[in-house]
Write a protein that binds this ligand. Sequence first.
Ligand code: ADP
Length: 521
Amino acid sequence: MNNDATRSSLELLFNVSRELARSLDLPAVLPRVLTLSVENVGAERGTLIVLDENEKPVDAAIVVEGQLISHTSSQLQATLDQGLAGWVLRQREPALLQDTSKDERWLRRADDDRLRTGPKSAICIPVKASERLVGILTLVHSTPNFFNSDHLDLLQAIADQAGIAIYNALLYESLQSATRRYRELFEDNINPLIITTWEGKILEANYAAASATGYDLSELVNQPFEMLEPLSPKKLREFAAELRAGADVSYESELHGKDGRNYPAEIFVLCANIGGQECLQWTLRDITERRELDHLREDLSAMIYHDLRSPLSNIISSLDMLKMLIPVDGNAAIQPVFKIAERSTERMQRLIDSLLDINRLEAGQPITNKKETDVREMVFEAIEVIEPTTESKKQKISVVLQEPIPPLIVDSDMIRRVLINLLENAAKYTPVDGTLSVGVSHDKTWITIWVQDSGLGIPLEDQQHIFKKFIRLHSERFPKGLGLGLAFCSLAVQAHGGRIWVESQEGKGSRFIFRLPMNSG
Ligand code: ADP
């Protein structure tokens, strides 16, 4: 290229870059890139196909003699599948066709009929933004041998700039559609949603938030969120680090409506970047019905447990009377039947007492009937209770005691039931011929009691959850059970100022450990 040609090329590139910088809008950028290329290379027509990240056509512009003409997606796909653009897409290198009629890469259409338009020349180059292919640019001239390598260089220089412009336009478009999607989701969400600054100033609220609180949208914007949810400043301070680290946080609180009505709500907060600003998104879920249902269920269960108790006491006293009336001891036919009846009633009694205790302890009632308890005796009593099960499963039980064990001041019936629960579970979740052991150790501050088994074990991720109510892991293999036993153990131990936990390996067995303060009285 001579000096004049170099200068005009530079001028052209400068104009191209200025033109392309004018808009981020893909429908505006495409025809501009194409027209500039067609005009500056002196081509008759041109096509620019834009590709998405999967290299599928997403948009295109076609210019014929200065006019933009429409296209269909099947035309674009055909060009990419069989035409010159497809070859460039696969090879990732430019192509210069001096005579289209002699080149197999040229897709012949009806308008390419040799008799009508004759052979042409074409140039086709990949349009890239760094390494990503964002488009294919094809220019055509009606005479063969029109294009030369200078055209190719010039077009490549234009394409390099156009690639960045197209890439930015694609990014802009996906950002726009993500923002549109977010707005739709926000506005149409059935949950009340509120966006605030970190200082708690309301920036936006959706329709559900307005109708839930009784305020108009305009009355909410710029107001402190605290006006609706008084706990929010305190909770923000508490959870700031978690929220900034990207976690979402939830808590229960009370929402204050415009009409003075307060209702319980579960609040979910997360930190979101909205329009380049770091904001907080609050989802407010009305839990009035759930609370009412909870209360109803608690009242109902308390009533049922109470009503089960009195007929059970009647059965127990009737059994005692029968024992006095019929000489049971030594009677081989009656004694085992009596034993079964006694054990079953005791078991039912323990279950009802534990269910009642769960209700009481959850309501925060303190332990009142503490008394001095002989732990050694308690361990052997508990073992005696589960012996029929362990004997039928041929399981061995060993006891490891750090003696002498100082007396403990606890609600002995409750702690005995904790131990029985752990032993019952150990026997239940351990196969035939397995081994169980119970241990007690102590120091000045704590007494530690553990129950170990060689059973199924508990996966690490479930170990914390099993102490919650109604959580059951092996429910298919062991259909019986409510998932309340460990919840009771945990509440009872905590109410005594202690702690319970499990150490377990799946397939190898579990060790449930609880410790109680020595001076809990
Ligand atoms: P339940 O035994 O009635 O299902 P629990 O609250 O006593 O309820 O126990 C909760 C769950 O913890 C059980 O369903 C069981 O999957 C698991 N689990 C408890 N103890 C053991 C144990 N010793 N070995 C293996 N899994 C256990």
